[in-house]
Each structure stands twice: as structure tokens, then as C-alpha cells.
Ligand binder design. Structure first.
Ligand code: NAP
Length: 195
């Protein structure tokens, strides 16, 4: 696949290097290179701060493109674990007409993607995906597999806001020194069935 990455920071490099190692063609779009980068890609990854999205989305045509949104509307490094807005992926879909938006990769730190393995306690890392377009979801599933992780379809784009909130909540726990993995039982013990 040809993947255009908007942004050239930590997430751009972490995911881009992993996909390049899996044989994909990557183009990084620094400031001022958005239009060419979007044109290049079958898939576009938005790896910029949420505050830059409106500007970036206005710089290219995303019509028909698969757009991966890995952004988070909070800034853990500045101590803010509260979302500045509550539905970024839906906003992207509104501001980029025709884009086939998939929310993915917003939960884990870039370092997780830079590491050589993604199996923890004997279990492969799962990546939740929210989106409405079947073809785009299938492309992103392939890209998750290429990073040695396991995709999990987690509903339509209208559920991406929960994935965004989950990230703020979980990262808040991690930064407070608590293991977010410990608060949920495994599926077999979850009693997640109708009574
Ligand atoms: N880092 C993580 O562990 C992590 C994990 C999950 C999700 N995320 C999310 O991923 C996104 C990127 O995070 P990051 O850590 O990769 O950030 P980063 O290292 O600070 O990189 C941000 C990139 O966006 C570019 N950029 C900023 N404003 C721009 C604009 N107006 N137009 C074009 N490019 C612009 C920056 O360019 P300049 O260098 O020129 O400023 C830089 O290349 C954020 O939304 C973040 O919440 C990050």
C-alpha cells in the first residue's frame, strides 16, 4: 500500500517505520506538504495535534481516501488528561467530505509501536477500530496485522468518541501509576450477556 503520513513526529515515525518494514511505501508530509502527501497515499494517516486538524484538512482533497485518525484531544505531557473536544473522528469526517475515516492507534504510546514485539503476558496486543466503510476497515485491519497486532472491530464512527474517551481515561490511569489492564476481567469472566 502507499501510505501518506501527515506529520513527521513521534507517531508518524513509529507507525511509518513499522509499515515500511512490512513493505509499504511511505511518504511523510511535513508542514506545507499535505496536498502531495494525501495525493500519494491509498491511505492517509493523520499524525498531528488535534489543534492542527482543521488547517491540515483544508490543504488537500480527502474524497475517497481511507483516513486513519490516531489523534487524541488531550495532552498527557502537559498534565492534561481531559479531552478538549469529544468527537474528533466525527469532526474529521465532517471537515473532509468523502473521507473514509477509521479511528485507530490512539490508545498506545508511540514507543509500543517502536518496540520489536507486541505480545504482552502471552497475549497479542489488540487494536480497536471504529469506522463505517468496510473497505477502509479492511485496509486498516491489514495495517494492524502488519504491525504484529490484532485488529478488533469496535463499531461505527459514531463510537469513535468512546475510544477517544477511553484513551484519556486509560492514559490518566497509567500516568497515575495504575495498571489499566487490571481493571477488566477477561471475556470468559465478563458476564457480558443479556440476563
Ligand atoms: N506520541 C504518542 O505516544 C501518541 C499516542 C497516541 C496518539 N497520539 C496522537 O498522535 C498525534 C501526533 O502525536 P505525536 O506524538 O506524533 O506528535 P509530535 O511528535 O509532536 O508530532 C506532531 C507532528 O505534527 C506536525 N504539525 C503540528 N502542527 C501542524 C500543522 N499545523 N500543520 C502540519 N503539521 C503540523 C509537527 O510538525 P512540526 O515539527 O513542524 O511542529 C510534527 O511533525 C497527536 O494527535 C497525539 O495526540 C500520540
Amino acid at each position: 500500500m502507499r501510505i501518506g503520513i501527515i506529520g513527521a513526529g513521534q507517531m508518524a515515525r513509529a507507525l511509518g517505520n513499522g509499515w515500511a518494514a512490512a513493505g509499504h511505501e511511505i511518504r511523510y508530509g511535513k508542514r506545507g506538504e499535505t496536498r502531495e502527501t494525501v495525493e500519494f497515499g491509498d491511505v492517509t494517516l493523520l499524525a498531528v495535534p488535534v489543534s492542527a486538524l482543521t488547517e491540515v484538512l483544508g490543504q488537500g482533497s480527502f474524497d475517497g481516501k481511507t483516513v486513519i485518525d490516531c489523534t487524541n484531544a488531550f495532552e498527557p505531557d502537559s498534565g492534561s488528561m481531559v479531552l478538549a473536544e469529544d468527537a474528533v473522528a466525527e469532526r474529521i469526517a465532517n471537515e473532509a467530505p468523502g473521507a473514509r475515516v477509521v479511528k485507530a492507534f490512539n490508545l498506545c504510546a508511540a514507543e509500543v509501536w517502536e518496540a520489536s514485539e507486541r505480545v504482552f503476558e502471552g497475549r497479542r496486543l489488540a487494536v480497536p477500530l471504529c469506522g463505517d466503510d468496510a473497505e477502509a476497515l479492511a485496509q486498516v485491519e491489514e495495517l494492524v496485522h502488519d504491525l504484529k497486532a490484532e485488529p478488533v472491530r469496535a463499531g461505527g464512527l459514531n463510537r469513535a468518541r468512546y475510544l477517544e474517551a477511553m484513551s484519556a481515561f486509560v492514559v490518566g490511569m497509567w500516568f497515575a501509576g495504575a495498571d489499566a489492564r487490571a481493571v477488566l476481567p477477561p471475556l470468559e469472566a465478563a458476564f457480558a450477556v443479556e440476563d
